[in-house]
Write a protein that binds this ligand. Structure first.
Ligand SMILES: Cc1cc2nc3c(=O)[nH]c(=O)nc-3n(C[C@H](O)[C@H](O)[C@H](O)COP(=O)(O)OP(=O)(O)OC[C@H]3O[C@@H](n4cnc5c(N)ncnc54)[C@H](O)[C@@H]3O)c2cc1C
Length: 523
């Protein structure tokens, strides 16, 4: 892809648009643009999905919580998008049953709470929950115990079951970016926007940095899809324009997840659990189903707090971990401790704030997206959700078209997303039958080779955290695999021995900083 970017730059002809940010938002914009016939380049300064888009709760959902906050329009939009995603990413968006347990109050059945939850779920079904093909239903105490036998039986009064969906966020982002490339886009990771040149107050050229090399590329339009870094991209672009965009305030809200062994919670379904002493609730999600009907791990998330530290490396503190474990231990006959935590991830929500929500809880700030457009060739899209990336991209392209002129209507809703090519994977498998590098069963040598050859994995951490999810779900196993994976990548990418050692060192540093932060509460 880098060669194609260089070739475009060498032609000295302007591309239609450059999208800055290879998270789900930027990938979605690049795909929509390519399908409408625009000449589009997507640049990501790290790995694709290395920002927030690999650190979500991985739910493709309407968000029952937003309904309770009165944002029916957002829930409707997200539930519509959920069903589109089920269609265009078949096999990668799986239905996820959710249990909403009802706990006794002072030993009594809490009728008012049960009625309120029931009404909220009817409203959720009506807003589009029905599209999944199943309605919510009420459960007796025995039904709840069957699905989640370790829930505290003294406190359980009953519950509700409803349905949402989930997807691997990083993989979805890669698939959207790969589909954009199939449709003619150029997408380059480890490529940063470092500056912009304007001519007569209008966007003319982007200055890019790829591994220390500089590329100038002429463009008619820039789309800022840089998530929590959007203000920084604004600083590079906005002041130079004849018609600058209004200033933007992004309020980064940190969200942490932890993974624990499934035996500790033994739930068959995802759950929404209240956090003692807080008005919020958290999700407990079983993951990695096993042939015997059990699961390998479960993850708990998420926190939702203001983040004031560095945007590049949001810390997961011991307080965050304790907050999440508290909710599980209060609801279940379990005593999960920090020592049980086998994986952790921490991300920042790019919340767009108005004057009204500079103060107050981040959990109450709207999850809607916002698109701004300057006729000087600059469009900015911020906020939203993983689930709604497609409609955000459609909205963004409708603005871009006002700058570039109309091409075609949006067709992302009927364009299936590229999936891993099983034939290519099989070919690699048959050529690597006697593996030199035995890895864990969830990450095989052919998968590493596939990630490097066809999925733009450049660094060890790309493979361990985003092409596979081993690091998030089982850090110890990922650490065991790091050395053999580094040898495979060395052979494939021609790394020197010192590069391989540096890659291992970088990955070990990441693991140890996570472990230390959880132990000490600071990072
Ligand atoms: C804890 C948590 C849980 C969540 N759970 C869910 C969920 O379950 N379901 C759901 O629908 N949504 C969820 N979300 C929201 C969702 O994850 C985000 O809305 C979405 O991932 C944001 O994507 P993005 O592309 O806008 O930002 P990002 O993924 O952060 O992408 C922006 C990219 O821009 C790049 N960039 C920055 N500056 C430059 C530059 N100068 N040059 C090139 N590239 C640059 C960055 O490296 C980054 O990769 C959650 C969010 C969090 C934090």
């Amino acid at each position: 892809m880098l060669e194609q970017l260089q070739a475009k730059a060498d032609r000295f002809e302007a591309v239609d648009l450059v999208v800055v940010g290879g998270g789900i938002t930027g990938a979605g914009v690049a795909l929509d643009a390519a399908l409408r016939g625009f000449d589009v380049v997507l640049v990501e300064r790290g790995d694709f999905a290395s920002g927030t888009s690999s650190k979500s709760s991985k739910l493709v959902h309407g968000g029952l919580r937003y309904l309770q906050q009165g944002d029916v329009a957002l829930v409707r939009e997200a539930l519509r998008e959920r069903s589109i995603l089920q269609r265009i990413a078949q096999g990668r968006v799986e239905v996820l049953p959710f249990l909403l347990p009802i706990f006794t109050k002072d030993g009594l059945f809490p009728r008012r709470i049960a009625r309120a939850l029931g009404s909220a779920l009817w409203a959720y079904d009506t807003a589009g929950g029905w599209r999944i093909g199943r309605f919510h239903r009420r459960l007796r105490k025995s039904g709840v115990a069957k699905m989640a036998p370790l829930l505290n039986s003294d406190r359980i009064a009953g519950g509700y079951l409803y349905y949402d969906a989930r997807a691997d966020d990083a993989r979805l982002t890669l698939d959207v970016a790969a589909t954009a490339v199939r449709e003619g886009a150029v997408a380059v990771n480890y490529c940063s926007l470092t500056g912009v040149k304007v001519k007569s107050g209008v966007v003319n050229t982007v200055e890019l940095d790829v591994d220390g090399s500089h590329i100038s590329l002429q463009t008619r339009c820039i789309v800022n899809a840089a998530g929590v870094w959007a203000e920084r991209v604004d600083d590079l672009v906005n002041d130079e324009l004849a018609e600058p965009l209004p200033a933007l305030t992004v309020r980064p809200a940190r969200g942490v997840h932890v993974t624990i062994p499934w035996e500790l919670v033994q739930t068959q379904v995802a759950m929404v659990l209240p956090v003692p002493g807080d008005k919020r609730s958290v999700f407990l999600v079983p993951d990695k189903p096993q042939p015997d009907g059990s699961f390998d791990v479960a993850y708990i998330g998420t926190t939702d707090t203001d983040h004031s530290g560095t945007l590049d490396d949001p810390a997961c503190t011991s307080d965050d971990v304790d907050y999440l474990l508290r909710s599980v231990n209060a609801a279940m006959e379990s005593s999960v401790t920090r020592d049980h935590v086998i994986g952790v991830w921490s991300g920042l929500r790019p919340l767009v704030t108005s004057d009204d929500d500079i103060e107050g809880r981040t959990a109450d700030v709207s999850r809607r997206h916002r698109v701004d457009m300057s006729s000087s060739g600059y469009v900015r899209v911020v906020g939203g959700k993983l689930t709604t990336y497609r409609s955000m991209a459609e909205d963004t392209l409708n603005h871009v078209e006002r700058i570039l002129g109309k091409r075609k209507p949006c067709s992302t809703h009927k364009t299936p997303l590229v999936d891993r090519n099983p034939r290519l994977l099989d070919t690699i498998r048959s050529n690597t039958s006697s593996s030199n590098f035995p890895l864990h069963s969830t990450l095989t040598e052919p998968e590493v080779l596939y990630a490097v050859r066809y999925e733009a994995a450049v660094h060890l951490v790309d493979v361990l955290t985003r092409r596979s999810r081993l690091h998030l779900l089982h850090r110890d196993l990922a650490m065991e695999c790091a050395e053999p994976v580094s040898f495979i990548m060395q052979q494939e990418l021609g790394w020197s021995e010192s590069t391989r050692q540096q890659e291992l060192q970088n990955y070990n540093d990441l693991c140890h900083s996570e472990i230390d932060a959880m132990r000490e509460g600071i990072r």
